[in-house]
Design a protein around this ligand. Structure first.
Ligand code: PA5
Length: 451
């Protein structure tokens, strides 16, 4: 079986030749600390050996629950935000037909999302769609108290109960939450929903390989066993007993820190396949929330090429030189489509007639990489043999492991997110939430003075 790989060939002009190996020791210490649970945030390391510790029973239970929903619903609405949303969304986009919502003969429920915004229009329009469809809900919240999904669930729970009655509705709702804490756990126990547990030692952004990601994927008909097999393979390849120079995740972690130390403060994750757009969104959360603290950390950004070459391409080529690109290359497209010959050749495309679209895409990729290197933008490349469950499973674990190592090299705790609380306190104060009276008074005074 092939594996995802990393290509650092084009970095020679940007990082000194032996600098990678000079950091192997640090990366190894970081990797060992992850496995031995001796580093910062060590109570959130349940994800490290998660793939190999997932039992057949757990996977079977997820598949059984998926079967129940498949037999009942045309649409599954997954309610969650942040780490309780992005992993499933990213994997689904990567592994589903690009136009799955328009496919007539779908064998599995269509998965839609809610609770990842507070948009009145979004929720209203979703309810319009659900009104004449059979549907089910999967509500995901580790804390069980997050405002965005709680609002969406309150509304959609009423809808599903109105439509099917409370008893039947309860069989169409699955909750993924803490084993004992939080409002969602209380409600799920009271209403006797089917539940899955997010374990205490796995943070939201590292939870895609738990039921948080696996349940929506299984309901959508994705082969979760293949997905986990890929993650297991990457767990093995990046284990602490593997020589660090053979550990691709460690190499990626080292290189991005070397570039950061040279003033490359922005990393752009580049894809040439729109199916990977949300993989980049998941990656941004993983790295942004893990490393952006103590006034440190690379700012993670993303572009979708060649689409964004017609928008952001100008900045990347010629703007401030504080960026580098990490290009995800999919070696083999899943389909084959050739450019036809055209007798009139008015569009002057006959010079590429007979070529596969993917070949043209690859030339665009190489041409762009060379141009950006000439423009002073370091490029590294992560290669995936093809887009399927196995390699996407590998890729998720690869990025998680690299993020843990990278965060330790940067000397931050990659497993907390203290900064995300600040907006919540202000929002609760502005909304007058009980318990926030002091903050409400302070923020009212502040906003009254126009600050
Ligand atoms: O990574 C994280 O921890 C966050 O993004 C959370 O996943 C997000 O805030 C949602 O939290 P919860 O699952 O508790 O509703």
């Amino acid at each position: 079986m092939e594996s995802i790989g990393i290509n650092l060939d084009s970095l020679s002009g940007f990082v000194p030749k032996d600098s990678l190996s000079s950091r192997y020791k640090d990366a190894n210490l970081a990797n060992v600390a992850l496995h031995k649970k001796t580093g910062k945030g060590n109570d959130f390391l349940g994800w490290v050996d998660l793939p190999s510790s997932l039992t057949d029973n757990v996977l079977q239970e997820i598949e059984d629950a998926a079967k129940v929903i498949k037999n009942k619903a045309e649409i599954l609405v997954v309610i969650g935000i942040g780490g309780s949303y992005l992993g499933a969304k990213a994997a689904l986009e990567a592994l589903s037909h690009s136009f799955t919502c328009l496919q007539n003969k779908r064998k599995h429920p269509l998965v839609l999302f809610a609770g990842h915004n507070i948009s009145e229009d979004y929720l209203t329009e979703l309810r319009e769609i659900l009104a004449d469809k059979s549907f089910a809900l999967c509500v995901i919240s580790k804390s069980g108290t997050t405002t965005e999904p709680a609002i969406a669930f309150r509304i959609l729970k009423q809808d599903i109960e109105d439509k099917y009655g409370r008893e039947e509705a309860a069989t169409r709702i699955i909750a993924v939450t803490d084993a004992s804490k939080g409002a969602l756990r209380q409600l799920a126990d009271k209403e006797r929903y089917k539940t899955f547990v997010i374990s205490d030692d796995i943070g939201g952004r590292y939870s895609v390989l738990t039921p948080v990601g696996l349940l929506p994927l299984a309901i959508a008909g994705i082969d979760i066993r293949k997905f986990i097999a890929g993650a297991r393979e990457m767990e093995t390849q990046t284990a602490s007993n593997v020589p660090i120079e053979n550990n691709t995740a460690a190499k990626y972690a080292i290189i991005r820190n070397l570039l950061y130390e040279q003033g490359k403060k922005i990393e752009i994750l580049v894809n040439y396949n729109p199916k990977l757009q949300y993989l980049a969104e998941w990656w941004k959360q993983l790295y942004g929330e893990s490393e952006g603290k103590e006034h440190k950390g690379i700012f993670p950004a993303s572009v979708n090429f060649t689409t964004d070459l017609h928008s952001m391409g100008q900045y990347i080529q010629d703007g401030q030189r504080n960026l580098f690109e990490t290009v995800i290359t999919v070696n083999e497209a899943n389909s084959k489509l050739y450019i036809p010959e055209d007798a009139s050749n008015l569009d002057k495309l006959n010079y590429i007639a007979g070529k596969r679209i993917d070949e043209v895409n690859k030339k665009a990729e190489l041409g762009t990489m060379l141009a950006h290197l000439d423009g002073g933008v370091p490029n590294l490349k992560i290669t995936i043999p093809k887009l399927d469950e196995y390699y996407i499973g590998q890729l998720f674990y690869f990025f998680e492991k690299a993020c843990g190592i990278s965060g330790y090299i940067l000397d931050v705790n990659p497993f907390d997110q203290p900064g995300v609380e600040d907006y919540k306190v202000n929002m609760f104060a502005l909304l007058g939430k009980p318990g926030f009276e002091k903050q409400t008074a302070a923020i009212r005074e502040r906003t009254a003075n126009g600050k």
